[in-house]
Design a protein around this ligand. Sequence first.
Ligand code: BEZ
Length: 235
Amino acid sequence: MEQNTPVSLPRIGDKAPSFKAVTTQGEISFPEQYAGNWVILFSHPADFTPVCSSEFMTFAFLEDKFSELNCKLVGLSVDGLYSHIAWLRTIKEKINYKGMKDIEVKFPLIEDITMEVAKMYGMLQPGESSTKAVRAVFFIDPKGTIRALIYYPLSLGRNFDELLRVLQALQTADAFSIATPADWRPGDEVIVPTAGSCGVAKERMENKKDMTCYDWFFCTKKLDKDTVMKTLLKK
Ligand code: BEZ
């Protein structure tokens, strides 16, 4: 792929492109077999590299937290299956990193030596590397729609608090029909959708019940952490 060849990337709101792939957990049909679950599809540049190892250990360490939020994990790199298996075995048997040891990666890791899936998802970004996938993260909802995506360069390990926060914020927006402000975390105030008419906006400014209005277009309300977490954890 030439560095400046335009490629079409899946976008927010698109259906996640379908593919079948071989993984460390057998064959998968993506995203069909994940219908009804959230799924994070993420790529890493290469097996047996340090940043990727730190990330894989962290994904595996936090897998239960993603699972509580009804979210499955699926990894991908353009390495082959036997490399994946050997790398994950090395991680489990040898690596003790930041208190994480004996870490078994139980979620599927896709082999993509043909780069077919990586190209389909815009994970190959030739300005960064034409032979390795960048660190892409796709958040896909239970209907198979891409809801958020984040790309990181090869040198930058992902922030897992942020990945969990994005998932919680997307699920909270769906469950409560609200939006989430900058740096939102469960328990913080949420944004009430902008009033659709002058009448509603005026009434809001006058009544302001349960709301804080900074102006007619910018109102927040309380949404306590227990309510949010009870809703998200039972989904
Ligand atoms: C790493 O995971 O450490 C890494 C992989 C590819 C390029 C640079 C760093």
